[in-house]
Design a protein around this ligand. Structure first.
Ligand code: ADP
Ligand code: MG
Length: 324
């Protein structure tokens, strides 16, 4: 950025709640050096949040700090990885101490909850954009993948769906807004699913879009029981308030709105009881929502078996532009 770049790093990012023993060199040198735990594999992911694209303008800085790390932790969770280190590339239009302080507060509060240390990054002037790379580790071959599901497996999701999507439609409802601004990635659940789930993905673009990614990798399909989708009490209360005109949200938002940051995973019949028990011990709600089938495509059905196919299937960048 300018001379202030170093002041910013020093003032807002160098002091942090987590100091890991395995960080040989953190912020301040040309690169970070970490000691990867012996006999484990490194798991890497990166996600960018752009102002106006991934969060509405005027989203609180604390929420942006939280969410920039949360979306990455959610990817590590879907891999069954143990989070360890992060790097942060921050582009912002101007120096704003209050904004930076709130941003760092949100980032580090979540980092602390998961024992993560920020070990480096980059700071530049430009349109508001936040890129975080998260690094975790897992025992060799033990990571979860999108592929691996088999016909007959049960499809599960953690938590509830549609809350963040409804917050965008009906702003100002605290419980829903919290799901949008402060998603809590299912890190412990992801680790508990290692060796049990046949496939896993996190739900960022909407259940239908992300389940489709999971199915695509094996050329499979699924039936989804739309009435079985987990909806929060806040979601149901807000829909009731909104009235019958908005009844379509009851199906559409849990299926397609996105920003849920829950896990969607598949389990073979013999492992079901153990999966449900392990997640219950972790206090993670889990719901069976359908079955994997040979026939490609996702078939949404109501409790009585009638098909229910929503119009939109999830957020896609560049979807409105011609390919070529
Ligand atoms: P260089 O010019 O060698 O790339 P920088 O001046 O960009 O170094 O960064 C100096 C140090 O501060 C590096 O260790 C870098 O990783 C760290 N750093 C820069 N920006 C951030 C940030 N936003 N958060 C955490 N660490 C950062
Ligand atoms: Mg640099």
């Amino acid at each position: 950025m300018s001379a202030d770049e170093f002041d910013i790093i020093d003032r807002f990012f160098t002091r942090q709640p987590v100091t890991r023993d395995d960080v040989r060199l953190g912020i301040g040198d040309d690169a970070a050096v970490v000691q990867v735990p012996g006999d484990s594999e490194l798991v890497l992911c990166m996600d960018t949040l752009v102002d106006g694209v991934h969060f509405p303008p005027h989203t609180p800085a604390r929420a942006i700090g939280h969410k920039s790390l949360a979306v990455n932790l959610s990817d590590l969770a879907a891999m069954g990885a143990v989070p360890a280190w992060a790097t942060l590339s921050l582009s912002m239009p101007r120096y704003d101490a209050d904004w930076l302080s709130a941003f760092a507060g949100g980032f580090f509060a979540l980092a602390e909850r998961h024992g993560m240390q920020l070990v480096g990054g980059d700071t530049t002037r430009g349109p508001l954009s936040v890129t975080v790379q998260a690094h975790g580790h897992v025992a060799p071959g033990q990571y979860l993948r999108r592929s691996g599901a088999q016909a007959g497996d049960h499809v599960y999701v953690t938590g509830t769906l549609g809350d963040a999507g409804l917050a965008l439609q009906l702003p100002g409802i605290a419980a829903l807004q919290a799901r949008l601004d402060y998603p809590q990635p299912r890190v412990a659940a992801g680790q508990a699913l290692r060796g049990l789930a046949t496939a896993a993905i996190d739900i960022s673009d909407g259940l239908l879009a992300d389940l489709a990614h999971l199915l695509e990798s094996d050329g499979l399909g699924a039936t989804v029981q739309v009435d079985a989708l987990p909806r929060s009490a806040a979601f149901l209360a807000a829909l009731q308030q909104a009235g019958t005109q908005r009844a379509d949200w009851y199906h559409a938002l849990p299926l397609a709105a996105g920003d849920d940051y829950e896990l969607c995973f598949t389990v073979a019949q013999p492992q079901r009881a153990e999966v449900e028990q392990r997640l219950q011990q972790l206090d993670v709600p889990v719901t069976a929502i359908g079955r994997i089938e040979q026939q490609p495509g996702i078939r949404c059905v109501l409790a009585d078996g009638t098909p229910c196919q929503p119009a939109a299937t999830g957020y896609r960048h560049f979807a409105d532009e011609p390919h070529g």
